[in-house]
Design a protein around this ligand. Structure first.
Ligand code: SF4
Length: 479
């Protein structure tokens, strides 16, 4: 672990950051003009493979799941001759050499890329949804694709499993990974260690227990641990657990007196809204929400939207269906990513789109976690702090998202809560406020690291010296 470096007052890092700060202050004073925009469903018939797909088929979750794009061949079949061969070669190279997640794109997600035009190669390359859902080799940083301290399971969640798949990191909250698959796979997935099929570069960890035994183990732990009041039911994506099994698990959770908040994590609300609009799911959610209401338990849905063009009428309808079913709130937890949403304009557009267009509350934006191959997406802590400053005062307070760093062991911290931050090496240190293990919280591990390409030359030299130019993180072992 490199030591924090003392930075002299007149170092290059200070001069560079001073200039950056002045540029930022001048940007900050530029206006953001709010306009209400009605969400629009892009026309899927612009894709040669879907020119004859009816509105009823498009709305059918089974049709969506059966027509997911899972490989380069299927993308070609869908897009016909709209894209250059070079794009497919770029995608193939990424899948073979870099991707930590498999391809899995429901038609609904593909349709939100380049939403206003018939696809062409240049527009697709530049598209923010494409940049994180369909990454290609040329997106990755050519010199530093991974930070030397990037790891699988970068948040050490499996280390904090108290039962298989049940992470007890915070004093009063747990994360229950009830399923290890999703209806869609995001290129930057923080649970790349576990979620989805293996890729040529990443052999995924597999749960050992049978699903029913795993869920029972979680319930038994929660019954025996009354200090836990808040359960995030996640995965993967809960949309991939058959509804009867999810409902049964939720019913068992709701029988535990000490459980007072349940949050269901589903990116599918935005990626496959058809799932949440299904009659069985809506009726089931209404039953569960009724029990939760009678017991005074807060039931909410958390989704994951990173670009305003993903807020379509179908997504809005799915979010409102959940509110009508009786959940207390639908909230968004996005991820800050360069080229996707890392400007004030993009973040405010997204937050207003969620709030006004779909009744979804902007809640968190995370700094992208330190998984391998993520450097081109990641921002420095300083950039995240500036973004947080820049969006203040536009949204209602209850819908002003917190920009957070998910610090290994210490948990989520607002980006201004850092204890020490060395702008030259990009190392930030955070102070834990609780113990995550019986042996205490390993304070020396509570760090976040800025991407190397955002550091001044002296900072980059530090890392090359510290690592002996070996900047390759281990991908093979489950940590
Ligand atoms: S939906 Fe969530 S768990 Fe699934 S791949 Fe995306 S980020 Fe990972």
């Amino acid at each position: 672990m490199p030591m924090l470096i003392e930075v002299p007052a007149s170092s290059g890092a200070d001069i560079a950051s001073g200039a950056e700060d002045r540029r930022h202050m001048s940007e900050q004073r530029q206006r953001y003009d709010y306009r209400y925009r009605e969400p629009v469903e892009p026309d899927w018939r612009r894709f040669p493979g879907w020119w004859d797909v009816t509105a009823a088929q498009w709305r059918d979750p089974q049709w969506q799941r059966a027509h997911c794009v899972k490989n380069v061949r299927q993308l070609r079949a869908t897009t016909g001759d709209l894209l250059d061969d070079a794009f497919f070669a770029d995608l193939t190279l990424d899948q073979e050499r870099s991707a930590t997640m498999s391809l899995l794109l429901p038609p609904h997600i593909l349709n939100t890329m380049v939403p206003d035009h018939v696809w062409d190669t240049d527009r697709l390359y530049a598209d923010p949804v494409r940049r994180y859902m369909l990454p290609v080799a040329s997106d990755r940083h050519p010199r530093w694709p991974s930070h030397p301290y990037a790891t699988r399971d970068s948040l050490h969640e499996a280390e904090m499993w108290v039962r298989e798949g049940l992470t007890h990191r915070y004093p009063t909250k747990v994360l229950a990974e009830v399923v290890s698959t999703c209806p869609q796979y995001c290129g930057h997935c923080t649970r790349m260690d576990l979620v989805g099929p293996s890729t040529p570069q990443v052999t995924k960890y597999r749960f050992a227990l049978k699903p029913a035994d795993r869920l029972t183990g979680m319930i038994e732990y929660l019954r025996a641990t009354p200090g836990v009041r808040d359960v995030v039911v996640s995965g993967g994506d809960v949309a991939n657990l058959p509804w009867p099994r999810l409902e049964e698990f939720l019913d068992r959770l709701l029988e535990i007196d000490s459980v007072r908040d349940i949050r269901l994590a589903s990116k599918a609300l935005a990626g496959l809204p058809q799932h949440w609009l299904g009659d069985d799911v809506r009726a089931g959610m209404a039953r569960v929400a009724g029990v939760a209401r009678r017991r005074g338990v807060g039931l909410a849905v958390h989704t994951h939207v990173n670009a305003v063009q993903q807020v379509t009428p179908l997504v809005a309808e799915a979010a409102r269906a959940m509110l009508e079913a009786g959940v207390r709130d639908v909230r968004n937890q996005g991820v800050l990513m360069d080229g996707v949403n890392a400007t004030r304009q993009a973040l405010l557009d997204l937050c207003f789109g969620l709030l006004d267009g779909a009744g979804i509350t902007p809640y968190y934006f995370y700094l992208c976690d330190m998984i391998p191959q993520s450097e081109h997406w990641r921002l420095s802590l300083a950039e995240a702090q500036r973004l947080q400053d820049s969006i203040m005062g536009y949204l209602p307070g209850f819908a002003t998202p917190r920009l957070v760093c998910d610090v290994p062991y210490a948990g989520k911290r607002w980006v201004h809560q850092v204890t020490d931050y060395d702008r030259e090496t990009g190392i930030s240190r955070w102070t834990p406020s609780f113990d995550t293990t019986a042996a205490g919280t390993p304070e020396q591990a509570c760090h976040y690291y800025d991407p190397l390409h955002t550091l001044p030359e002296s900072g980059r030299r530090h890392w090359l010296t510290a690592t002996g130019d070996d900047l390759t993180p281990a991908l093979s072992a489950h940590s």
